[in-house]
Design a protein around this ligand. Sequence first.
Ligand code: S3P
Length: 172
Amino acid sequence: MNDRNVVLIGFMGTGKTSVGKVLARRLGRDLVDVDRLIEEREKRKIKQIFEAEGEAYFRKAEKEIIGGVSERKGIVITTGGGAVLDADNISALKKNGVLVCLSASPETIFKRVQHSENRPLLRSDDKLAEIRRLLITRERFYKAADVEVATDGQTPEDTAAHIVKLMEALNA
Ligand code: S3P
C-alpha cells in the first residue's frame, strides 16, 4: 500500500468508528477520528455542541478539522455521517485519500444506534423513520466515495479485512 489516507465515510451506525479502529491497527497506521477531534477542541460532547450552538456551528468546526487532517498522509480517517454534505470536505478528503463509504440497511442502523445518547440528529420519536428519511436525502452525497462496503451482518474485523483487500486491489 502507498501513503494514501483511507477515509471512512457513511451514515451514522454504519460502523465507521469500530471498523476504523480495527483497520488502523491492521495497517499499522494512525487513526484520526474527526468527531473526537471536534470534541477535544470544544472540550464538550457533540450532543452538547449541537444543543448549545446549533448544527451550523458544528458543521463549521467539522469543516475546519477536516481541512487540517486532510493534509496528513498515510493515516486512517473516520468522519461523522454528515461530513460529506459539504463539497469542500469531499475535495479536501479526496486530495490525499481514498474514500470508502460504509453502508447498512435502515434496520441495521436502527439496531446499532437505538440506545445512542450522542446522536442529536436522531432524537425523533420514530427513529427508524428518521433514519430512512435522512438516508434518502443523503444518498447522493455518499456516492462521492471511491468504493462502497456493506456492513450488514459483518463484524468490524470482517469489514476491515475486506477494506484491506480492496485497498490492495486499488493499489491505494
Ligand atoms: C452526524 C453524525 C455523527 C456526528 C454528528 C452529526 C450526521 O457522527 O458527526 O452527530 O450528520 O450524520 P456518526 O456518523 O459517527 O454518528
